[in-house]
Design a protein around this ligand. Structure first.
Ligand code: F6P
Length: 365
């Protein structure tokens, strides 16, 4: 164990995600029970570091949280200390660099390293603190599964489970009413959730951001199915899907957030167009945050526990500024700075895309 490793901070940043508590538990229990180190929880992501909301985490604090969704530490997807929004006299946000304040609080609590659990936005901030001299070990989380460097993030399996179940459920209504039924799923600019859930439940059409769709191709599929006796169509649409030559549908722009664009609404746009072009009744269900909430599936609990443990082991073996990742079936780590600013999108020739196409799934091409 490195001699200068006594007190470790842990925080969760970005959107919540099933499995965060399992990571916090794994880190804290391993540190306390196995190595007698002190762990400090930083509340609400980097906001807690800015505002000095840092508290000791004891073994009891992380008891009974393995199966709980959300995060006992709280989180924040609007907080970048390099560009921290504070209201001016008129209530309009002005942006300040509060890095120094964070460094002061880090030193005040005599922390020796940070375990940062988050997605790409959180890792970008962690990289900033690496450059300030803080040893950060990253743990990749996101339901979107779009973090560079790792084959999989925890939270993804749970989101796919929820999305696949929703697709299975709309199937019966689609068949009974002879409708087209759309389920819009999350994922930002990556189509991983739509691809996996769509394949898992045999969706007839899967639309993902990486493959811009043609409305004519989508409608052709819907009409062809009804001509061939299948009087319903199931469509799994990623929130980031966009028409060829067109744009994503933006639900909201939040200038105080490091990633200001919130996508959403493309499912209803497509539903209206299918009705207009084919005359077939079409309904859309937007799953939204249902995919992110609640109990993690066992695979995510296992992965989160492996990642939390690996993050702590990385610190114990003297590693600095690493991101724990899954490569194949092995947990390992990569340089945290090497993933900065990158997103892992679905490759156009991904084997799952190829298999889906070969079993007749339409990608809107
Ligand atoms: O990154 C996770 C995610 O759920 C995306 O799939 C989605 O686009 C976004 O966060 C929604 O963010 P918010 O919770 O701020 O609406």
């Amino acid at each position: 164990m490195p001699a200068n490793l006594r007190r470790i901070g842990v925080l969760t940043g970005g959107g919540d995600c099933p499995g965060l508590n399992a990571v916090i538990r794994a880190v804290t229990k391993t540190a306390i029970l196995r190595h007698q180190l002190d762990v400090f929880g930083i509340e609400d992501g980097f906001q807690g570091l800015i505002q000095n909301r840092i508290r000791p985490l004891l073994s009891d604090d992380v008891s009974n949280i393995l199966t709980q969704g959300g995060t006992i530490l709280g989180t924040n997807n609007k907080c970048d200390p390099r560009r921290y929004a504070v209201p001016d006299a008129a209530g309009k946000p002005v942006f300040l660099d509060v890095t120094d304040r964070c460094m002061e609080h880090f030193r005040l609590h005599q922390l020796d390293a940070l375990i940062v659990i988050g997605g790409d936005g959180t890792m970008a901030v962690a990289s900033h603190f690496v450059r300030q001299g803080i040893n950060c070990i990253g743990v990749p989380k996101t339901i979107d599964n779009d973090l560079e460097g790792t084959d999989v993030t925890f939270g993804f399996a749970t989101a796919v489970q929820v999305a696949a179940e929703a697709l299975d459920r709309v199937h019966t209504t689609a068949a009974s009413h002879h409708r087209a039924m759309i389920v819009e799923v999350m994922g930002r600019n990556a189509g991983w959730i739509a691809l996996h859930a769509g394949v898992a439940s045999g969706a007839d059409v899967i639309l993902i951001p990486e493959i811009p769709y043609s409305m004519d191709a989508v409608c052709r599929k819907v009409v062809d199915r009804s001509r061939h006796g299948k009087r319903f169509t199931i469509l799994c649409v990623s929130e980031g899907a966009k028409p060829a030559g067109g744009r994503q549908v933006v639900r909201k722009v939040d200038p105080t957030s490091p990633d200001p664009i919130r996508l959403g609404g493309v499912g209803q746009v497509i539903a209206d167009q299918i009705e207009q072009q084919t005359g077939i009744e079409t309904r859309c269900t937007v799953l939204g945050h249902v995919q992110r909430g609640g109990t993690p599936v066992p695979d995510d609990r296992v992965l989160a526990t492996q990642f939390g443990h690996a993050a702590f082991q990385a610190l114990m073996s003297g590693k600095q500024n690493r991101l724990v990742v899954m490569k194949g079936r092995t947990v390992t780590d990569v340089d945290l700075l090497s993933i900065e600013g990158k997103q892992r999108l679905v490759p156009l020739e991904h084997p799952l895309v190829v298999s889906a196409k070969d079993v007749g799934t339409c990608f809107g091409e």
